[in-house]
Write a protein that binds this ligand. Structure first.
Ligand SMILES: Cc1cc2nc3c(=O)[nH]c(=O)nc-3n(C[C@H](O)[C@H](O)[C@H](O)COP(=O)(O)OP(=O)(O)OC[C@H]3O[C@@H](n4cnc5c(N)ncnc54)[C@H](O)[C@@H]3O)c2cc1C
Length: 471
């Protein structure tokens, strides 16, 4: 079996060596051709097509430690897969030993302390499902099939960000397997430098096998959903969005997007495939107050669809899942915005009219609020001046359509990027984005991250990520 080493060379692993690792782990060890191998090696974005030499689907922390020690013994390249949702495919690598955490999805909730302990392979929906049993939640993202680890280590934002900040601002502690195969804790009181680095520095410092999150009372019933209009109403809808976003209490998060109408049951058939503009709202405050706050959205113009209603918070957290299936081709361009300028709205409308795929969208997410109140060096996620996220989301089928769709996303970005704060979200960076974009995402924190890297991973064992070189 040919595998790749940390220095980029190829080595032959013997059958005895591979069987030796198989005996040390409880989870399945898979190679190409084994049932389950393809599920592990593939990721959400079908633009990524990589073939790890070995995959271990770890069943617990001891499996992770065994894999890491085996990799160190043979100087193997490793990759760590959480939810496999990273658009750049950072969870998979050719010739590597893949440490796949997909079977480590336990969640334990302490409702008195309001803490959830989640294993490193959990998806967002795993955590919401268990915490909502107690009417609790933490800050997670908009699509329930995303991995918690990649999302949290890169920052993380969602419908609760306006109230409680980046996801990573709500981490109380991590369990981490370090480069030398030790299991350590990282929190404000224990290995504080590692704790700082993990809250934005990605998978650079170790394999996170558990995360403790601060929980808050949320729902279970909230007011949320989408209202859509024909794109011909976009100027008015985006002006409404700007006004309502400026007035919205922190309990209400507003997202707007423009795309071609999907064939969804809540939209009439005659609008399917035609351009629309929509506002997605989630209000997690008092339900009566929420209904008042969303009323201007529902009353505006003549919507073609309206499913902005009382619903369970856990359901709200899955509302967008079907729009982002695994196996399509995706290419994004993204920026943080300090606000929504009228000129930006004009450009959104103009570029949405040039969309070349039925699945693509231009999206504006409101995130302003709690995250803006912490100092920039609170953690490397930084970007405390970000108030909205712009995502130009290219999404299509068939490699033959790559060029046209990527060109649309790039051209739209070129037209819109002057509205940026200068920062961008590291977890939205595609494979072709270079070090200058990573530096823009991490702001001034890179120097401190490099020092932490030197202490915890001097040989750069963890490199299939937005890599920070030890210094
Ligand atoms: C459809 C979709 C919707 C999204 N929505 C949001 C959103 O609403 N909010 C938001 O903030 N982000 C969102 N994202 C971005 C998301 O945060 C990133 O894609 C993130 O990288 C996903 O994490 P993952 O564990 O699934 O990734 P993976 O692809 O598994 O891994 C990504 C990186 O994290 C590392 N990693 C993963 N698990 C571990 C671990 N346990 N220990 C150490 N390193 C690890 C990997 O090695 C790799 O470098 C979305 C992404 C998609 C595809």
């Amino acid at each position: 079996m040919v595998a790749r080493t940390l220095d980029g060379k190829e080595i032959d692993l013997t059958k005895e060596q591979i069987d030796g690792l198989r005996l040390q782990v409880r989870g399945p060890l898979l190679i190409a051709g084994d049932a389950g191998y393809d599920d592990s090696r593939t990721v959400w974005n079908a633009m990524i097509d990589r073939w790890p030499a070995l995959v271990v689907r770890c069943l617990g922390v001891a499996d992770v430690v065994a894999c890491l020690r085996f990799a160190r013994q043979h100087n193997l390249l490793i990759c760590v897969k959480g939810g496999g949702h990273n658009i750049a495919g950072l969870g998979t690598a050719d010739g590597a030993l893949m440490i796949d955490l997909a079977l480590m999805r336990g969640v334990w909730v302490d409702p008195q302390q309001k803490i959830a302990h989640a294993q490193g392979g959990c998806l967002l929906g795993d955590v919401d499902r268990e915490t909502q049993l107690h009417g609790l939640a933490t800050v997670l993202g908009f699509v329930s099939l995303t991995g918690i680890a990649g999302l949290t280590l890169g920052g993380g934002f969602g419908f609760l960000t306006r109230r409680w900040g980046w996801t990573t601002d709500n981490v109380v502690g991590f369990d981490v397997v370090t480069a030398d195969g030790q299991l350590v804790g990282a929190s404000a009181d224990e290995n504080a430098d590692l704790f700082w680095g993990l809250r934005g520095g990605g998978g650079n410092f170790g394999i996170v096998t558990g995360i403790d999150y601060q929980l808050y009372r949320v729902g279970p019933e909230i007011v949320g959903g989408v209202v859509a209009w024909p794109a011909s109403d976009a100027a008015g809808v985006l002006a409404l969005y700007r006004k309502l976003a400026a007035e919205a209490p922190p309990e209400m998060t507003l997202v707007t997007f423009m795309r071609l109408a999907p064939p969804a049951p809540w939209l009439p058939k005659d609008i399917h495939g035609k351009p629309i503009v929509a506002i997605l709202a989630c209000h997690t405050g008092d339900v009566a107050a929420a209904e008042k706050d969303v009323a201007p959205i529902k009353a505006f113009g003549r919507p073609v669809g309206d499913v902005l209603v009382r619903r369970p918070y856990a359901q709200m957290q899955t509302l967008l899942d079907a729009t982002q299936p695994k196996g399509r081709r995706y290419y994004w361009k993204s920026e943080y915005l300090p606000g929504i300028a009228p000129a930006l709205c004009d450009k959104v409308i103009a570029n949405a009219a040039k969309i070349v795929s039925p699945h693509s969208a231009i999206i504006l997410f409101q995130i302003e609020g709690a995250l803006n109140n912490l100092p920039n060096d609170h953690s490397p996620v930084g970007n405390r001046d970000a108030r909205f996220v712009l995502n130009i989301g290219g999404s299509w089928e068939g490699a033959g359509n790559d060029a046209a769709n990527m060109a649309w996303a790039r051209n739209t970005w070129t037209d819109l990027k002057s509205f940026s704060t200068g920062g961008n979200y590291i977890n939205f960076l595609t494979e072709d984005e270079g070090p200058e974009r990573v530096a823009a995402a991490l702001g001034g924190g890179i120097g401190r991250l490099a020092e932490i890297k030197k202490r915890w991973d001097p040989e750069n064992v963890f490199r299939t990520n937005r890599n920070i070189k030890p210094r």
